[in-house]
Design a binder for this molecule. Structure first.
Ligand code: PLP
Length: 420
């Protein structure tokens, strides 16, 4: 496969093309095909952007109809029929059945821009600047969001100070016995701790990029309680673990907490189109018109995919939660079997269909597994501070057979990497 034009033309910053060195061409459901016709099972799904697989026929049909109808494609944030449809469906299918009340802000189409918006509006609403983020957290790479992203690999590229964010240990950071929310409370209640009262706390319920670290429901409830008590805005970043990946539409539904602000992106458009959304508790919606604007907020095609995917996968009987639970159980069973077969080498952690096979002894092993998997026709990435976690993210829906085939390939890749 000739990749020379990418190497000569594209900036050194390119990344995934190095991990998966082929030229991809077509895709359907869980399968990607490259220009030579080679098939790959997708256990990566655009890092959570393709939760319903590639080119789902129902979404594709609506999108093609929309495209061929001379409909409005670009409208900044003017009112369009398709945006209206999305707003109504989001209210009727997602918010109202869950008893949630949020205003919707369409930020620029990246996750980072949703995070920027969330942090800005929390600061604006409270008149305070400090934001508490967590060890191993990932919230995007634009300067504001990068300030809340923990990994020094990314932080070192900022070139400016990354200010007004304080990092605090995530759940389990000091082991099971230390409740890090209790530590945060201690800091907040000690006038000499050096921690100013923050505007907000930003948290992922499961840290995807940070190594598939799962916060316990109780820890999240403690955090919610602390934020309520101290008047701190609780932002849940559901960009990677949201839209069904955890097993429910919102990941925070497992713990029963209600965040003040929620960021969504990645799979919200259903089809891989760029789209991001900030859900804001009405009292915190202190924006003045146009204060956080941008040319690409609310891409029509993204709205078509988003609206159709809510009907297709979340409305009433169509709810895919039981499918996700079934597929998640299959993945966890196999990962546990792999870990049992190679005693002491791996542990398994995750939620729903974001699962991690964690290399316990050798930080290079996960990347070696990902490389071997690619050779065997499986696209899968790594995450974690040392890239020590194989991150297993198959589509939320699809046939058992392909899922099992993908798990077989993963198991073979583990054997091949250990044998090398
Ligand atoms: N927040 C979380 C939890 C993410 O996983 C990501 C991306 O992986 C982002 C924010 C940033 O999203 P984007 O890459 O679209 O800017």
């Amino acid at each position: 496969m000739d990749l020379s034009v990418f190497a000569t033309m594209e900036s050194e910053v390119r990344s995934y093309v190095r991990a998966f060195p082929t030229v991809f061409d077509t895709a359907q459901g869980p399968i990607l095909k490259d220009e030579e016709g080679r098939e790959y099972i997708d256990f990566f799904c655009g890092a959570g952007t393709l939760n319903y697989g590639h080119n789902h026929p129902a979404l594709q049909k609506s999108i093609i109809e929309y495209l061929s109808g001379n409909k409005i494609q670009h409208a900044l944030d003017m009112a369009t029929g398709v945006k209206k449809r999305f707003l109504e469906l989001f209210r009727d299918v997602i918010l109202e059945p869950r008893g949630l009340e949020y205003k919707l802000q369409f930020s620029g189409p990246t996750g980072a821009n949703a995070v920027e918006s969330a942090m800005k509006v929390a600061r604006l609403a409270t008149g305070r600047s400090t934001i508490v983020a967590f060890t191993h957290g990932y919230h995007g790479l634009s300067i504001g969001a990068l300030a809340a992203t923990a990994n020094s690999w990314y932080r070192d590229a900022a070139g400016v100070g990354l200010n007004d964010v304080v990092f605090h240990p995530y759940d389990g950071y000091y082991g099971e016995d230390i409740n890090t929310v209790a530590l945060l409370r201690k800091h907040l209640e000690d006038p000499s701790s050096g921690l100013d009262l923050p505007a907000a706390v930003i948290v992922e319920t499961v840290q995807g990029e940070g190594g598939v670290n799962v916060a316990s429901d109780q820890w999240l409830r403690d955090l919610r309680e602390l934020c309520t008590e101290k008047g701190i805005v609780l932002i849940v970043d559901d960009i990677q673990i949201g839209i069904g990946r955890s097993g429910k539409f919102f990941s925070f539904e497992h713990s029963g907490i209600v965040p003040d602000i929620v960021t969504l992106s990645k799979s919200i458009s259903g089809y891989g189109f760029p789209m991001a959304l900030v859900l804001i508790r009405p009292e915190l919606d202190v924006w003045k018109p146009g204060m956080h604007t941008g040319t690409f907020r609310g891409n029509s095609i993204a709205f078509v995919g988003a609206a159709r995917s809510l009907e297709e996968f979340w409305a009433g009987e169509n709810n895919i939660e039981s499918q996700i639970a079934h597929r998640s159980a299959m993945v966890v069973e196999r990962l546990n079997a792999i870990a049992a077969r190679h005693e002491g080498k791996f542990s398994v952690r995750g939620l729903g269909l974001l699962q991690g096979l964690v290399s316990e002894q050798n930080n290079d092993l996960a990347s070696a597994i990902s490389r071997e998997a690619f050779k065997l026709g499986l696209v899968i990435e790594t995450s974690g501070a040392h890239d020590e976690v194989v991150k297993v993210m198959p589509p939320l829906i699809g046939d058992d057979e392909t899922l099992l085939k993908g798990l077989d390939r993963l198991e073979q890749a583990v054997d091949a990497a250990l044998a090398a």
